[in-house]
Design a protein around this ligand. Structure first.
Ligand code: GLN
Length: 322
């Protein structure tokens, strides 16, 4: 199974962390192996610099000191600096100045055996073993405000249970792109080999990570998110519904078999999406006054933080073998 959820506030900042906690708690029955959230907030600027948010994994207090020294050293070499570092559970959240290439920073951290969970000017990912409420007890992500975000409750299918294989998946090396996925990609290894030939690096053997890399790659070519999602329905084989989040949008793609559910409500102040209505009920007190929509099979949609909505329904024609 697996449960996915997302929330996007229109032209406003809202209680994204608290919303995601309730949404994902509402679908915890779809997977209790691990859980996670990706929260996007507005860019923080100090003078002319954008503050970079880096979340890395640390295993204990000693490791935290070592990891901090490594990051500090790497940033110094390129004229960057750490503004703040806080550790909760096994995640260190760093705010930094850094003008260099983000993939290069990740690869350097990798060489020093530091696992990056997310990098971006707007994105922070918190993910770990257990349910969304257990995750919140450690990371207190429910206090984080933002513009939009996505969350996940995992029942592992394609790879073992571990904190780094929990969702959301960040497109390794690329800032501010995250996905959550319910389903299986049957052409994962074939596509992964293609992306590796193009120079992309994967950090896990979880099929969902491919979706993040796929989207980051096409965003780099200046394609619109909605067009990438439409194209993904052709390129990704298997059964899936996934949500993606960029600095300005949330999108979904639902394959032609539509075995993985998705519902949403599009309200005046925000859009809320989830695998099941029971999850929406966990968040929205007044379900009587909202219209729950269900995207049809083989469709995609996006919502932007400025209120635009796009929707595409593809037509599937089965090939007849004569
Ligand atoms: N149950 C699911 O939908 C699993 C999603 C993904 N294949 C994973 O293993 O993380």
């Amino acid at each position: 199974m697996c449960g996915i959820g997302g929330v996007l506030y229109k032209n406003a900042t809202g209680k994204v962390g608290a919303d995601l906690k309730r949404l994902i708690y509402g679908i915890r029955h779809r997977g209790e192996d691990s859980s996670g959230v990706a929260i996007f907030s507005a860019k923080e600027k100090i003078g002319k610099y954008d503050v970079l948010l880096i979340n890395v994994r640390v295993e204990n207090d000693k490791a935290a000191e070592d990891v901090l020294a490594i990051v500090e050293d790497l940033l110094k070499k390129v004229g960057g600096e750490i503004l703040e570092a806080r550790t909760k559970g096994t995640i260190m959240s760093i705010r930094a100045f850094y003008e260099g290439s983000e993939p290069d920073l990740c690869y350097e951290l990798d060489k020093c055996k530091v696992q990056t969970i997310s990098i971006g000017n707007q994105l922070r990912i918190y993910k770990d073993l257990g349910t969304s409420d257990q995750l919140d007890e450690i990371y207190n992500y429910s206090s984080v405000e933002g513009t939009h975000g996505i969350g996940h409750a995992r029942l592992a299918t394609e790879s073992v249970v571990s904190p780094d294989r929990a969702h959301p998946f960040w497109a390794y090396g690329f800032s501010d792109v995250a996905i959550v996925h319910n389903g299986q990609l049957t052409n994962y290894w074939k596509l992964r080999r293609k992306f590796e030939r193009w120079g992309y690096q994967f950090r896990t053997d979880n099929d969902s990570e491919l979706i993040a890399i796929y989207i980051a790659h096409y965003l780099k070519t200046d394609m619109k998110l909605q067009d990438i999602l439409v194209q993904s329905l052709e390129d990704l084989d298997g059964t899936y519904t996934f949500l993606v989040s960029t600095p300005t949008e949330i999108g979904f793609a639902k394959d032609k078999l539509a075995a993985k559910p998705l519902v949403y409500v599009d309200m005046e102040d925000r859009v809320v999406l989830a695998s099941e209505e029971i999850s929406l009920q966990a968040l929205l007190p007044d379900m009587e006054n909202v219209t729950v929509e269900e995207p049809p099979p083989y469709s995609t949609g996006t919502w932007s933080i400025t209120g635009e909505h796009n929707f595409t329904k593809l037509t599937y024609r089965a090939v007849r073998l004569e």
